[in-house]
Design a binder for this molecule. Structure first.
Ligand code: ZN
Length: 280
């Protein structure tokens, strides 16, 4: 069976404990939640950190603490830092990259979100891409709009990124790309034209998480994404008990598609990461 990377986005910048008490907020909660997700089959963790009041933070100390815990308790797991998210000072979003996570998210354009403009000025995009290149971090390009694929291609042409980034289509954010299966086909066709060597995944937000995962698997995605950042519920009536519970569901979905959860070494090979960290 063809292995697929299961990525878990444990925290994000939006959900609070009042929304679901299982959202891990402190670094120790985040490490524990990641470890449970790792045991359940996740091979990549996407990390945001929070302040004591649960607001989003860019603190390198907090990122370092979570990174150290994951490296220690989840051997081989791919560590991905977020450089995005709402409520962070744009000038600080790249500040933890010197810690050399294996990967970091990178938005290559701006877009409307539910209540704000998610602003990614070209200067900021270039600065973040340059830092990732300097520290041998593989970018995961966040696609909130088709033009963001072309933003990624421009980074390749400018020599700020190699031509094998990992690309994530984000569907179902209000005011951005709707969760529409036909739209995924259009995006994939354009990806193959603009960045033919890229690996790809798709994330469905909220109630769209499970259906977007199905669509991605039907089209041979290299990875799928789950986690409380994107969706806090198992059903409309029941909150997810943990990130691990969402990972268990993803493992079952993957098996239904005659694939299996990639081990960490397999996940690193799929995403062109060295076995010991960093981009190849
Ligand atoms: Zn995120």
């Amino acid at each position: 069976m063809n292995p697929v990377v299961i990525a878990v986005a444990i925290t994000g910048s939006v959900p609070r404990k009042t929304d679901n008490p299982a959202v891990p907020v402190s670094p120790s909660e985040q490490i524990e939640s990641t470890h449970e997700a790792y045991e359940a089959g996740a091979s990549l963790v996407h990390i945001h950190v929070r302040n004591h009041d649960e607001s989003p933070s860019s603190s390198p100390e907090k990122f370092a603490e979570v990174q150290d815990g994951v490296v220690r308790y989840c051997p081989g797991m791919i560590v991905q830092f977020s450089t995005g998210g709402r409520g962070r000072d744009p000038g600080l979003r790249g500040s933890p990259l010197y810690l050399r996570p294996d990967m970091a998210s990178l938005s290559t354009g701006s877009v409307n979100f539910p209540s704000i403009v998610y602003e990614n000025h070209t200067t900021l995009v270039h600065d973040l891409a340059g830092r990732m290149q300097q520290h041998a971090i593989r970018p995961e390009i966040e696609i909130f709009d088709l033009s963001h694929l072309h933003g990624a291609r421009r980074l390749v042409d400018a020599g700020l990124m190699d031509d094998r980034p990992h690309v994530q289509f984000v569907m179902g954010v209000e005011n951005a790309l709707p969760a529409d299966e036909h739209l995924l086909d259009i995006l994939l066709e354009e990806l193959r034209r603009v960045l033919p060597k890229a690996t790809w995944t798709a994330a469905g937000i909220g109630r769209h998480q499970a259906s977007v995962m199905e669509w991605a698997l039907r089209r041979g995605a290299h990875a799928v994404r789950t986690g409380l950042e994107d969706n806090i519920r198992i059903t409309r009536e029941r909150l997810a008990r943990s990130n691990a519970e969402l990972v268990e569901m993803a493992v079952e979905t993957v098996l239904r598609h005659r694939r299996r959860a990639a081990s960490c070494p397999e996940a690193r090979a799929i995403l062109s990461l060295s076995p010991h960290g960093g981009a190849l």
